[in-house]
Design a protein around this ligand. Structure first.
Ligand SMILES: O=C(O)[C@@H](CO)OP(=O)(O)O
Ligand SMILES: [Mn+2]
Ligand SMILES: [Mn+2]
Length: 541
């Protein structure tokens, strides 16, 4: 859909400064208490902001962001999609559930190709995250695909199982691996041979994003395709061994492993095979997809590139069309705020560090990777450290702030958006002191950013995409259980108008969610929001 120019808002007095949108990734509003890293941290600036007249909270999980139910935590993809497109789209998690239950997955050309590979003696491989986190994947969907393989008469199936421990409990891998092994065993009758062939922790194997560290993907390639990695007789034996050898080891960081019989890997990927990536979320599935799909590839030495039919369960990048084949159409996230602002001639600037760079560009723009209008937009990436972020909880927040202040002072960009990854990336490590420092780093940066917006006579909107740091542990029987996943909590939203030109008040809405932000930004920029957008949080008095 081509979008039209936005119409000017009546009675709006044009302001000199920019509109600055801050996403504090993973910073939600949880219950007061020491388990809440936002509460526990020293945050004079945020505390002040929470008292602002235009402060509200936004629903950032479940149905408010297009997930199957309100038991689903929010995540960066669905959160930034809603922020950047102003509407609630049925997201991958639900689309795949529906496509599986209706059978659409199996009626398309991609599934036919997979079945053909199986029929001509090829092995069908599944690569993906084995958990029920519903952020990148859902193991229940894998089970349905495996059953369908059996029904279609496919004799040989191999699963390359990435361990989660980030969207689910830190050490829960066996809760997924054991039932998976059980299911594969049960399907291995009537001449069928279904097994786990390789795997590894998601943060060190296969699931890199935004080109942060290609060695992660290379490690996965070596384990899944070439059968190189530490040898075990089964996936559960690998996990049990890693736990035994290092009591501090958690699933997301487990080394790549290969399942062998004797010294022979049971499931390398060979010419004539089919490979399905069953992660529905794109950011961490794009790189491995490129490694399979691309003829010429410079990112690492693939050693051998098997001639396979590769399909994603979904298309991961609607701009670059990655991967070439997929099983389910992704949500059509069109007519984004970026599209409208470009059509209306508004200059903009988007920035984060590597870990969240694509969140403010690719997710924000509806899972499209390129510029909408290079003449009007500038995207900047600050390179992230390559560490587990409990070691550097300040991350690149200061550098991001420097660059944003530079842009504000230069005065050439009307709409500025940035993401501070700290509360989320450090929240996922489960190290309380580091989480508090992460939140404090964000607070410190806001204390520098606000005066710059004030000086320029602009407006700042400060919110988040979902919770994380707001719950660092839960308690059971007097014991603390680390909580590294996102939360179901709402997120703050503060609008601070330093221009004083217009009198904005909060609108009465039955429920406020992330999807209401885009229309709010239109208003602050002096435009009537598109009529099909969720309503603005504000109106002119
Ligand atoms: O790290 C990630 O991939 C997810 C959690 O699975 O976090 P976020 O949605 O905040 O990017
Ligand atoms: Mn996030
Ligand atoms: Mn996260």
């Amino acid at each position: 859909m081509t979008v039209t120019q936005l119409s000017p808002l009546e009675n709006y007095k044009v302001i000199s400064g920019p509109i600055v949108m801050v996403v504090m990734d993973g910073l939600g509003l949880g219950e007061d208490g020491e388990q809440n890293g936002v509460y526990a941290a020293h945050t004079p600036t945020l505390d002040g902001l929470f008292q602002e007249k235009l402060f509200t909270s936004l629903k950032a999980h479940g149905t408010a962001v297009g997930l199957p139910s309100d038991a689903d935590m929010g995540n960066s993809e669905v959160g930034h999609n809603a922020l950047g497109a102003g509407r609630i789209f049925v997201q991958g998690a639900k689309l795949i559930d529906e496509a599986l239950s209706r059978g659409d997955v199996f009626s398309g050309a991609a599934w036919q190709k997979i079945v053909e590979c199986g029929e001509s003696a090829g092995t069908v491989h599944f690569i993906g995250l084995v958990s029920d986190g519903n952020v990148h994947s859902n193991i229940s969907q894998l089970f349905q695909l495996l059953d369908a393989c059996a029904e279609a008469g496919i004799e040989r199936v191999r699963v390359h199982a990435l361990l989660d421990g980030r969207d689910v409990a830190q050490k829960s891998a066996l809760d997924y691996i054991r039932p998976l092994e059980e299911r594969l065993r049960a399907l291995s009758v009537s001449g069928r041979d279904y097994r786990i062939a390789s795997g590894g922790g998601r943060m060190v194997t296969t699931m890199d994003r935004y080109k942060a560290d290609w060695s992660v993907v290379e490690r996965g390639w070596r384990a899944h395709v070439l059968g190189e990695g530490r040898f075990f007789s089964s996936a559960s034996e690998a996990v049990e061994t890693f736990y035994r050898e290092d009591s501090t080891m958690t699933d997301q960081y487990m080394a790549a492993f290969v399942v062998v019989e004797g010294e022979t890997p049971v499931g390398t990927i060979e010419d004539g095979d089919a490979v399905v990536c069953f992660n529905f979320r794109g950011d961490r599935a794009i790189e491995i997809s490129r490694a399979f799909d691309e003829e010429v590839f410079q990112e690492f030495d693939r050693v051998r590139r098997p001639d396979v039919f590769y399909a994603g369960i979904m298309e991961y990048d609607g701009d670059a069309h990655i991967p070439r084949n997929y099983l389910v159409e992704p949500p059509l996230i069109d007519a984004t705020l970026g599209d409208y602002l470009c059509a209306s001639g508004v200059t903009s600037y988007a920035i984060s560090e590597t870990q969240k760079f694509g969140h403010m560009t690719y997710f924000w723009n509806g899972n499209k990777s390129g510029y909408i209008d290079e003449g009007l937009e500038l995207y900047e990436e600050v390179l992230s450290d390559r560490v587990t972020f409990d070691q550097r909880p300040w991350m690149k927040a200061a550098e991001i702030t420097d660059k944003v202040i530079e842009q504000i002072e230069a005065g050439e960009r009307k709409f500025i958006r940035l993401n501070y990854p700290n509360a989320d990336m450090v929240g996922h490590t489960g190290v309380p002191l580091a989480v508090e420092i992460a939140v404090e780093a964000v607070d410190l940066c806001l204390a520098r950013l606000l005066p710059a917006v004030e000086k320029a006579g602009g407006i700042v909107v400060i919110s988040a995409d979902h919770g994380n740091a707001d719950c660092m542990w839960t308690e059971k029987g007097g014991k603390r259980l680390p909580m590294v996943a996102h939360t179901l909590n709402p997120v703050p939203c503060i609008i601070k108008d330093f221009s004083g030109q217009n009198d904005f008040v909060l609108t009465d809405l039955a429920e406020r969610g992330l999807a209401n932000v885009a229309a709010t930004l239109c208003l602050l920029l002096g435009f009537n929001p598109p009529t099909d957008y969720e309503p603005s949080l504000l109106k002119l008095k």
